[in-house]
Ligand binder design. Structure first.
Ligand code: NAP
Length: 263
């Protein structure tokens, strides 16, 4: 497990790199909570970022319908090469005219996955996560989203599914009922560690969001990125940290520091 580029995603049979490229910043710059405002990168800059990621051993990309143009841009930029990547997308949250809307029904879940397949120009998606609004347990037990994703998996449209959760109870339930959980985990947010413990016990995949605290790094730390990455991989249950960057130098630094943390 302690390698960079071929880590088992729980028991799915899918292997991913220890860092995944988070792509909020490729598609959306409104209603986000980063330390500073930014322009969406040009197609050329985004293409170069994807190439740098690939050259440095990243095989996993994280996107979502709620990330504005992210899925559509990735589909165009990756084109015929889209199947060379492990792509994780989501369902349940839509970002429309500046605000989030949620629909976890079975019908929306299926329509959302079908739209993601078209936008991403893929015949199947490797992983689809329910993009929670915070009511994790209720969504899992009552919405029909997991049932719809289970059916899409049986049909071969997706290889695995899970949930990006916001609560410990929801994360633990998602670990029991699906293939993979995405949790917030960094030195300033350790509450969801119990979810990672459960995933480790059950051999389920764990993706981290906000591993670098969405860029709100500790200014008193000489190397806060190394501190965050050492912290992330110290838990044996962590499969991959999804880090969002549009800065190629940050991307290279993060990969070098992840490799150091893993040795
Ligand atoms: P993050 O990865 O912790 O932080 C990203 C921020 O850190 C960006 O503003 C980035 O700016 C900055 N950064 C990256 N590397 C850096 C470095 N070496 N030095 C200094 N700053 C650095 O948090 P996130 O973007 O909120 O989350 C990561 C990904 O997780 C997202 O892209 C998305 O794919 C996923 N996510 C999912 C959910 C969900 O509910 N499912 C929620 C949030 C996020 P630069 O661009 O300048 O590098």
């Amino acid at each position: 497990m302690n390698q960079f580029d071929h880590r088992p995603l729980g028991s799915t049979g899918i292997h991913v790199s220890a860092i995944g490229l988070g792509t909020v910043k490729l598609g959306r710059n409104q209603g986000v909570k980063y330390p500073s405002a930014f322009e969406l990168p040009s197609d050329a800059a985004a293409q170069a970022l994807l190439e740098t990621a690939r050259e440095c051993g990243i095989t996993l990309i994280d996107t979502a319908p709620a990330y504005g143009l992210s899925e559509e841009r990735l589909g165009k930029l990756l084109g015929a090469g889209a199947h060379d990547w492990v792509i994780c997308s989501k369902t349940g949250e839509e970002y429309i005219n500046g605000s989030s809307h949620f629909d976890f029904s079975a019908a929306h879940t299926r329509a959302s996955v079908e739209r993601s397949l078209k936008r991403l120009q893929r015949d199947w998606l490797d992983l689809v996560l329910v993009h929670s609004d915070g009511n994790d347990v209720d969504i899992i037990e009552n919405s029909g989203a997991f049932e719809a994703l289970g059916k899409l998996k049986q049909e071969g449209s997706i290889r695995a599914f899970g949930m990006s959760t916001k609560t410990v109870a929801g994360g633990i339930l998602a670990a029991r009922e699906s293939d993979c959980v995405m949790v917030t985990y960094n030195p300033g947010h350790i509450e969801e560690q119990a979810v990672i413990d459960e995933c480790l016990k059950l051999n389920k995949g764990v993706l981290l969001k906000k591993a670098l605290a969405s860029g709100h790094l500790n200014s008193e730390d000489a190397d806060p990125v190394q501190t965050c990455l050492d912290f992330a991989y110290a838990h044996a249950g962590v499969t991959s940290a999804i880090i969002g960057t549009i800065n190629p130098q940050h991307l290279r630094d993060n990969i070098a520091k992840a490799k150091k943390a893993l040795t």
